[in-house]
Design a protein around this ligand. Structure first.
Ligand code: HEC
Length: 109
């Protein structure tokens, strides 16, 4: 029984982490391809803001779900709605840009 519970916990964790991933150092390296000043503190803040602010009104959208240019179009309005400061806006943008990288053209349907 314990094993089954453990297995279920693992499945849930894996399922969730694939939608909203906690940034690591490899992510920082990727982020530097666009934002040369990227660091783990910014990405970590971006992650926390994304979960806290963006997840506050609706369920979480995976950064991978939209193409980079789609994010460009919808982010200004969502950032406005989240009332982010300009520093925070940049952190969220860095997070989305980085976590979108395996599907920069959106998740294939
Ligand atoms: C004050 C509430 C609120 C906050 C905060 C908010 N959103 Fe939204 N969001 C909405 C509403 C309402 C919609 C429904 C579609 C619409 O009205 O455009 C939406 C829609 C979306 C969509 C779908 C858009 C589409 O056309 O498919 C995405 C993606 C999204 N939000 C991302 C974010 C992100 C990222 C953040 C954080 C920066 C955020 N949202 C913060 C209210 C909010």
């Amino acid at each position: 029984m314990k094993k089954i519970i453990l297995l279920l916990v693992c499945i849930v964790l894996v399922a969730c982490s694939s939608i909203i991933k906690i940034p690591d150092l490899a992510d920082v390296e990727y982020c530097k391809t666009k934002y040369s000043d990227a660091n783990i503190i910014d990405l970590d803040m971006g992650y926390k803001l994304y979960v806290k602010k963006c997840g506050g009104c609706h369920s979480m959208y995976s950064p991978k779900y939209y193409k980079n240019d789609e994010w460009e179009k919808l982010l200004p309005e969502m950032i406005e709605r989240s009332k982010l400061k300009s520093v925070e806006e940049l952190q969220v943008r860095k997070y989305i840009y980085t976590m979108n990288r395996s599907f920069p053209n959106g998740i294939p349907y």
